[in-house]
Design a protein around this ligand. Structure first.
Ligand code: TYD
Length: 210
């Protein structure tokens, strides 16, 4: 099978990171060669950009600066990490990708989806995931999970209405791109969610003859 690009999306605290890791383990158990990246991050330069974006001290950051920094981190990841892995026939799992920018910066910050798409077309050359798992969990429940885990970063510290807009933005996006985005109800035990994701993946590769 040639390379396959799969992303995980959802509100802060919806469980993407746990599921992305479990999915990687599952795929490796099936014999696939897998790379897992997180966004923003995944390369040395992108991780440095991540620190700037999430630093609570950077409260003066303009929304457009934020959108451009996410795109810059993504550009580096696409060309240094994702494309080479796909060329090598690996499965790439990304913990967030462009959809997060469309929803957090486009909808949450109000920059507009089209503007954010434009910026990112330069950053990514237009590459999109073949398949996206959207972990659906009410934003307030999701965020309260985060509170237990660590001190909140600059994005997590945004007001509830911001996270609510993000939540609604994800749902609208998932509704408008049903071919690519699969909604997974994330209010269940991690093992159950992981099983649903694995089942869908097997259906996906089977239906495409991959
Ligand atoms: P993430 O690493 O997923 O956070 P965590 O693992 O702590 O849930 O993402 C960091 C934050 O960046 C998160 O609040 C979502 C936000 N984000 C955007 O606003 N736009 C983007 O394009 C991306 C990739 C993330």
């Amino acid at each position: 099978m040639s390379g396959l690009f799969i992303s995980f999306e959802g509100n802060d605290g919806a469980g993407k990171t746990t599921q992305a890791k479990l999915f990687k383990e599952y795929l490796e158990g099936c014999g696939y060669s897998v790379r897992l990246f997180r966004e923003p991050g995944g390369t040395e330069i992108s991780e440095k950009i991540r620190e700037i974006i999430l630093d609570n001290e950077n409260y003066k950051m303009k929304h457009m600066t934020e959108a451009l920094l996410y795109a810059a981190a993504r550009c580096q990841l696409v060309y240094e990490g994702i494309l080479p892995a796909l060329k090598g026939g690996q499965i790439v799992i990304c913990d967030r990708f462009l959809d997060s920018s469309l929803v957090y910066q486009g909808v949450g910050r109000g920059l507009g989806i089209d503007v954010v798409k434009d910026i990112n077309s330069y950053a990514t050359g237009g590459i999109m995931p073949d398949l996206t798992f959207f972990l659906h969990l009410d934003f307030s429940e999701a965020l309260s999970r985060k509170n237990y885990q660590h001190e909140l970063d600059r994005m997590e510290n945004q007001k509830a209405y911001f996270h609510n807009r993000v939540y609604k933005g994800f749902m609208e996006l998932a509704e408008s791109e049903k071919e690519r985005i699969v909604t997974i109800e994330a209010d269940k035990k991690p093992e159950i969610i992981a099983e649903e994701i694995a089942d869908y993946f097997n259906y996906f590769v089977g239906s495409r003859g991959l």
